[in-house]
Design a binder for this molecule. Structure first.
Ligand code: FAD
Ligand code: 2HG
Ligand code: ZN
Length: 466
């Protein structure tokens, strides 16, 4: 293939992978549900090489699939089965270009791992608040492109709220330099917003200017045993009021999720003496020790109102890590357990408890023995309404999956929610999303896609149906 020779000349032969063993890790997603093939995997070293490679692919009419840490949960970063696409991996774009504690910004390349951004901010006494279970391997380019959420959105917003500027290689190989550290910039359309959450369908993010915030070195963390999802929702305003602006995390873990974690992850143990319907992980974070007393007051109030049954407060950083592992270990535990059907839904928060009460019985009617694993960012109105297969019967879940997903999504749509809160659409939800959106909304999205990528060469088949 002449294109591969051109790419080898541009990137160096070592960075154009074609051997089966070399390309394999880039062809399947974290869940194992999406597996494709590719003409090659490209590993450019910098923005100029990304631009040159994309330009060469455009000239040859070959589609490009951008990939970061490959932790995405919607099948957006892997190629299709045609073998004609190339995967372009950003993992060599790893430079932290600058850290500016006066402007409170950090400028990094797309392949920088999220945990590195957090560490670099901490090194200058600042916080980069985006926090995900995958933060040790997901990348800034992937975080921008999925508009990632995580466990501190309640306080700091999603990735979109943390991006000031972007550098992007467009589908024809030109570079858009929007890498501005400005807090205020009203000069027409805010182009960076188009690329945030676009899942690589409009261009390739090569660098970003991100906001840093004041550090919050004091943390008060507790796992609460709760009588119901209703109580978890009712606790949100109480936790906020007692927190004085320092509530950072309010997460839900239902009993089934906790059982999967304690059964499948070696160090995990249930800190309570008896089972409870669900659990809440709360964290106050600030710069002074009063976070601990604020949390204590909140818990006392919650117990008095019958919203909290029991609580374990972290007494040390290692206890804090143990409590967090019970929440962040759910994805891994579900994966170990067998087939999983993922639903990343969001609803008006006051509808959450009613939603859970209504949908559970319907799912169990459709697939008796299915295990409902309901957890997530309850403070944001975002539930991971996941379903694990009946014990030992992955095939039953696979066969029932379309019907179960329909039940879960129809109830979301009926309440004015969204079928993708934070993971994006990728290949997994592109058809479903189009079917729940209005014709006007889908046509506007297509118009944007056509304007930026008229030949449909940038991550085709993702986000929008062909
Ligand atoms: P990838 O998986 O490589 O790619 C994701 C998408 O972005 C693909 O469509 C890809 O084509 C595109 N893309 C990647 N890099 C670029 C680029 N430079 N330019 C253009 N497009 C690009 N997500 C949350 O939101 N909240 C969570 O709490 C959360 N927790 C997770 C926990 C676990 C254990 C796992 C495995 C995943 C979790 N995720 C979560 C999902 C995932 O980590 C995020 O979506 C993350 O932002 C993906 O980053 P990545 O670098 O791995 O991107
Ligand atoms: C989380 O909040 C992630 O733990 C992953 O978004 C959710 O695996 C999932 O379904
Ligand atoms: Zn999540």
């Amino acid at each position: 293939m002449a294109l591969l020779d051109d790419l080898r000349a541009l990137l160096g032969a070592d960075h154009v992978l074609t051997e089966a063993a070399d390309v394999a890790p880039y062809l399947s997603d974290w869940t194992g549900a999406f597996v494709g093939t590719a003409a090659a995997v490209l590993r450019p070293a910098d923005t100029a090489q990304v631009a040159a490679a994309v330009g060469a692919c455009a000239a040859a009419g070959v589609a490009v699939v951008p990939q970061g840490g490959n932790t995405g949960l919607a099948g957006g970063g892997v190629p299709d089965a045609s073998g004609e696409q190339v995967v372009l991996v950003l993992d060599r774009l790893r430079r932290v270009r600058s850290v500016d504690p006066v402007a409170d910004t950090i400028t990094v390349e797309a392949g920088v791992v999220l945990a590195t951004v957090q560490e670099q901010a901490a090194a200058v006494g600042r916080l980069f608040p985006l926090s995900l279970g995958s933060e040790g391997s997901c990348t800034v380019g992937g975080n921008v492109s999925t508009n990632a959420g995580g466990t501190a959105v309640l306080r700091y917003g999603m990735m979109r709220d943390l991006v000031l500027g972007l550098e992007v290689v467009l589908p024809d190989g030109r570079v858009w330099d929007g890498l501005r550290p400005l807090r205020k910039d009203n000069t027409g359309y805010d182009l960076k917003q188009l690329f945030i959450g676009a899942e690589g369908t409009l261009g390739i993010v090569t660098a970003a200017v991100l906001r840093m915030l004041p550090d919050t070195p004091r943390r008060a963390t507790a796992l609460l045993a709760l009588p119901s999802v209703d109580a978890a929702v009712a606790l949100l305003p109480l936790l906020r009021e007692h927190g004085g602006g320092e509530l950072s995390t309010w997460e839900l873990v239902d009993r089934q999720a906790l059982e999967l974690v304690t059964a499948n992850l070696p160090e995990a143990r249930d800190p309570f003496g008896e089972p409870h319907p669900c659990y809440g992980l709360v964290e106050y974070a600030g710069s002074a020790d009063h976070v601990a007393s604020r949390l204590e007051e909140a818990l006392t109030d919650g117990v008095e109102r019958g919203l909290v049954v029991d609580a374990v407060v972290a007494g040390s950083p290692s206890q804090r890590a143990e409590l967090w592992a019970l929440r962040e270990g759910v994805s891994e535990a579900q994966k170990v357990e067998g087939a999983t059907l993922k639903h990343d839904v969001t609803l008006p928060i006051t509808d959450l408890a009613g939603y859970v009460a209504e949908v559970g019985p319907r799912v169990l009617d459709a697939l008796p023995g299915a295990r409902l694993v309901v957890y997530g960012h309850i403070g944001d109105g975002n539930l991971h309404y996941n379903v694990s297969a009946p014990v030992g019967d992955d095939d039953a879940l696979r066969a029932a999956a379309p019907a179960l997903t329909r039940i879960v999504y129809d109830a979301v749509a009926a309440r004015g929610g969204s079928i993708s809160a934070e993971h994006g659409l990728g290949a997994l939800k592109r058809d479903a999303a189009a079917s729940y959106k209005s014709d006007v909304e889908v046509e506007l999205m297509r118009t944007v896609k056509r304007a930026l990528d008229p030949r449909g060469l940038m991550n085709p088949g993702k986000v929008l149906p062909d």
